[in-house]
Write a protein that binds this ligand. Sequence first.
Ligand code: BG6
Ligand code: MG
Length: 210
Amino acid sequence: MNYKGVIFDLDGVICFTDKYHYQAWKKMADDIGVYFDEKINNRLRGVSRMASLDIILERSEKIYSQAEKNILADRKNELYKTLLHQMTPADLSDEVKSTMDKLRESGCKLAIGSSSRNTKLILKQIGLEGYFDAVSDGTNIVHSKPDPEVFLKAAEFLGLDPADCLVVEDAIAGIDAAVAGGFAGAGIGEAAGHEKVTYPLNTFSDLLNL
Ligand code: BG6
Ligand code: MG
């Protein structure tokens, strides 16, 4: 690994909470009679909770006040957290865990850079509480991806320059954020096809070849 630090997005990279986000948003959207599908859901990857709600409400005829939006976002988050509580260490794949262990053995510092305000709960559920050298998440940022703030904070927490860190992302907004912050970006899933990606990954363990 040619980088001193690796900063991982959480949802869609380390674990697959994206299906729970979808289920919870779908229930909320159905309850208020707003159309929502998997394609719209893809636009929510890496985007903060309130910005995600605004994207969903683009299909709504009713204009919601800020107070009403807060209620909708809270309702979604309560359902989402119920689903997160079903997660266990079995939801962390052997490939992801052994790849991270090997990166660490080779001397890399490891961090999380996630927009989620539920990051610490998710890490606890999948048995990674206390595993990372730094955690930067939705609780320590003002601007969400594609703004680079969450990754700049992660690099700062690691004590490293962005140029010495690799960001691993599944979201287009996440790769845009990495590039804007001066980081190299490895894209997985949909993000592997992004024109700005430094390294496309077929699978997570491809990181060991970089
Ligand atoms: C990101 C997800 O990691 O976190 C987004 O990709 C989500 O889909 C965002 O909206 C915020 O998550 P949370 O848990 O704070 O609602
Ligand atoms: Mg993601």
